[in-house]
Write a protein that binds this ligand. Sequence first.
Ligand SMILES: C[S@@+](CC[C@H](N)C(=O)[O-])C[C@H]1O[C@@H](n2cnc3c(N)ncnc32)[C@H](O)[C@@H]1O
Length: 295
Amino acid sequence: MSKPKDPKRLLQYLDTFFGIRNNIKGDPKEGVNFTLETLTYMTSHNRADQITQMIVDKMKQQKLVPFGVFDATSGIGGNTLSFLENPAVQWVVSYELRPERRDMLKRNVAMYNLAKKSFVPDGPFQGVPEKYKGVVLYLDPPWLPEHIKGHESKKEDYLLSGIKIGNFTLEQWIQSCKHCAMVVMRVPPGYRLGQIPGFDITSQLLKNSLVIFATPRKQLTPLPSLTPITKSVLSPEESRWRKGLRNFLRETLKSILPKEENREQMLSNNSMDTWAVCFTYESYVAHIGKNYEKI
Ligand SMILES: C[S@@+](CC[C@H](N)C(=O)[O-])C[C@H]1O[C@@H](n2cnc3c(N)ncnc32)[C@H](O)[C@@H]1O
């Protein structure tokens, strides 16, 4: 039987978790960028890069680069940072359930100046919206029953089937993502996934974890739309900005479209997607609030 890990030992190896990214040497601080518990869950720098490369290679084979990634269970960002740094990745939406970890994740992304391609919604993962076709969904779920903390765990505690994220099993999340190019997950070696009709499953052992790739059998044609992140995952700042734009247009359109119903048609949610692009400088990045007015 294995012993619980000594989390303090991990502090000596901080560089193997953070290290250099985007030519920046990180200077992570306990309580700001990580806690001992989150460090035990964090995918190390090299391991994360190996997983990213496996995904990029598969996406290249399918001629689906560049692509977007939904990192459903980001923790403090071991995988997110690696995805963000890779030029084949267009953007990363990173969910984390716990607000304090989410804040650390945001600080870690900022520490490496990688915020441009990143978006961290304020809430748990709720699935990949249908409009994001051809993206990669990455799942790095907790491997332990809820009552066991990472730094108090032993290998024998790992779950080998039935892992859930929120209310749904991994199998159910995979089923919900037929519009994705692939769903990739990192689970304990020996993990048994149930039957998932319509998906091809392959796996690769990577040191002390198993990386599973679930690819929908139906080929994605035409090439995926690389729609930038829009309303379904809007930050509060962007929602405010869109509301302001809609009010501005409502007033401005009065002189051209006297009938209110015609104006409102021009301001539907779908139309607002187009207006937002027209009123947005090409370098605009949703969550850091840079738009044409400020440039
Ligand atoms: C194994 S850790 C992920 C580690 C991460 N890949 C890293 O390298 O730092 C799993 C994370 O999933 C989070 N989580 C659990 N349920 C979630 C949910 N429904 N939505 C988003 N995150 C969730 C947990 O809080 C935990 O931080």
